[in-house]
Design a protein around this ligand. Structure first.
Ligand code: NDP
Length: 315
């Protein structure tokens, strides 16, 4: 917490082509933790003494661009601030309508893309597959559970604690594992998947990834989405089932949602349809006020959120 500071800054006059946005929500996400380490990654590390960034939604309050008028709803990448000044070309126009702002940082934003493309493209999941998803009560995981059920799969979800497990069950999961109960995770997974897994959607890495390799069927597909269980640890990780990648011909593929940006419309059309039919439920854990941004962020690593963690501004 002592590494964060809240600063007031003066709004500079807009330059030609810029807009000013009053943010209503910004997103806190696990990937922000690896961005606090130096080193080679798919995105540059955060710079010291610079404002944090991340996905946000808000309304245009001032404009010097023909792309947007005052009042338009937009999403952009200058979260972690009440008011953002940015080039209009860096903002995405959002529909006016009744849909809550929260949706655009969740099911109708990059979280939805991560679940959709991770499951259907990266893992090539098909009706009838047995799918295991970790962090199943979280933002990405809770969507994966639901869209896998909508496409006729058998779904196993894992989460920490009874309340979260009940939530995952309420989303339609066929089996739920509380990974915080004592005993080897692999035994628990094998007990609910005696015939093995076709797909693993990995959000946590570590023991659960190892267990999924141990229980996977021949030719099973692994979508490696995230490894939140390993982001705060420097300890070397041992995998006892790694050789099964070879012996069982496992297909293990990492991905980043932006790999699929050119197909965003396809995903939004499908997710939008499911939302409009009330076939997907969204859950949010909301923290109020910019000053609670760091707490919202840290809570991700303590399992403090169910569904998507967001910070609400100006409430
Ligand atoms: P979540 O909403 O799932 O929040 C994080 C959850 O992770 C917590 O609530 C907690 O749930 C669980 N968790 C935290 N620490 C541990 C741990 N040590 N072991 C096991 N579980 C833990 O976050 P997201 O849905 O936003 O992200 C989920 C994963 O997907 C992350 O790894 C993230 O980096 C990744 N991601 C990848 C993207 C991509 O493009 N590849 C895009 C977006 C996310 P519980 O209480 O159940 O433990």
């Amino acid at each position: 917490m002592e590494n964060f500071a809240l600063r007031d800054t003066l709004d500079q006059p807009l330059k030609e082509g810029e807009i000013r946005v009053s943010n209503s929500f910004f997103s806190v996400d696990p990937y922000m933790r690896p961005r606090m380490d130096e080193g080679d990654s798919y995105i540059a590390p955060f710079a010291l003494n610079e404002p944090m960034t991340g996905a946000a939604v808000g309304r245009v309050v001032e404009t010097r661009s023909e792309r947007f008028k005052v009042g338009d709803r937009v999403s952009h990448f200058l979260g972690w601030r009440d008011v953002a000044t940015l080039r209009a070309t860096d903002a995405l126009a959002l529909p006016a309508g009744d849909l809550k702002d929260e949706y655009f940082l969740d099911v109708l934003g990059t979280i939805g893309m991560t679940a959709y493309f991770g499951l259907f493209d990266v893992a090539q999941a098909r009706p009838g597959d047995i799918v295991f998803v970790s962090a199943a009560a979280g933002a990405v995981g809770s969507l994966v559970v639901q869209i896998a059920k909508l496409r006729g799969m058998t779904v196993i979800g894992s989460a920490g604690g009874k309340e979260k497990c009940d939530f995952v069950r309420s989303l339609g999961a066929d089996h739920v594992i509380d990974y915080k109960t004592p005993g080897p995770f692999e035994d628990k997974l094998r007990a609910v998947a005696p015939e093995g897994l076709d797909v693993y959607f990995d959000n946590v890495g570590g023991e659960q990834l190892d267990a999924a390799m141990g229980v996977a069927r021949r030719n099973a597909r692994f979508a490696i989405c995230g490894m939140i269980g390993m982001y705060n640890s420097d300890a070397p990780i041992g995998f006892s089932n790694l050789f099964r990648v070879i012996s069982m011909r496992l297909q293990v593929r990492g991905f980043i949602n932006s790999d699929f940006m050119s197909r965003r419309d396809e995903c939004m059309a499908q997710m939008g349809y499911w939302v409009s039919q009330n076939l997907i439920q969204s859950r949010y854990t909301i923290f109020d006020g910019l000053e609670n941004g760091p707490e919202a962020f840290f809570s991700l690593f303590r399992g403090g959120n169910t569904g998507k963690a967001l910070v609400r501004l100006g409430a």
